[in-house]
Design a binder for this molecule. Structure first.
Ligand code: HEC
Length: 190
């Protein structure tokens, strides 16, 4: 694997290695990471299930709000720990909430350098002065994602018109299956 993106991430972020040498803290961190990853997995599963149902029952235009409303600021608990969940995109339809910072862009670059099947198991934990987050990649893993994020010519005209009106700077079509689409960010609520 190309090591450059990994070095970038290490340079840009306080990655959570320091705590591993501190006995109990290491165990605690491992538990926190696995709880946060479970939250991300549940989020992705629930979104896919809701999108599938909405597309079947209401069609693409009726389903757009599922991807939107399911997105930011949802607090989830895993055990005794509370987390918020948000998404960032490699390219972004909703610029008010889903635009990555430079440090987050470095994480996306790293995910993007990994083949899709391996990428699925990847995650990046970040700890910085009490702030704790885990980044989990989002891949265009199902053909249904292409309904709204696929090649522009394959997107239904009424959807195109809807996106043009709601997201004038929309840049999130033209993806293919297995492309990196973004990341789920699970952050600990302090
Ligand atoms: C019915 C249309 C539709 C489908 C199907 C759909 N999306 Fe979206 N997606 C949207 C819309 C609309 C937004 C903007 C959401 C917002 O306003 O926060 C979005 C936003 C996103 C974002 C956040 C970044 C951004 O552009 O703002 C990600 C990541 C994402 N979608 C991934 C997926 C994946 C993966 C799938 C397949 C499992 C999928 N989407 C299926 C309509 C859709």
């Amino acid at each position: 694997m190309n090591t450059r993106p990994i070095r970038l991430v290490v340079a840009a972020l306080v990655v959570f290695a320091a705590s591993c040498s501190r006995g109990d803290a290491g165990t605690e961190d491992a538990a926190l990471v696995s709880a946060a990853r479970a939250v991300a997995q549940d989020f992705a599963k629930a979104l896919l299930a809701e999108l599938t149902t909405a597309l079947q029952e209401k069609g693409p235009l009726g389903a757009v709000d599922v991807c939107r409303e399911h997105a930011p600021g949802i607090a989830r608990t895993a055990g005794t720990q509370a987390f918020t969940v948000r998404r960032i995109g490699t390219r972004v339809r909703n610029r008010s909430t889903n635009l990555p910072t430079d440090a987050e862009r470095a994480i996306l670059d790293r995910f993007g350098s990994i083949p899709a099947d391996v990428r699925q198991k990847e995650f990046v934990p970040v700890r910085d002065d009490g702030h704790f987050a885990v980044y989990v990649p989002i891949t265009i893993g199902a053909p249904l994602c292409l309904t709204c994020h696929g090649p522009v010519e394959s997107i239904a005209p009424e959807l195109r018109a809807h996106f043009a009106e709601r997201y004038p700077e929309d840049d999130t079509v033209g993806y293919a299956l297995s492309d990196l689409r973004g990341a789920i960010v699970v952050e600990r609520v302090r």
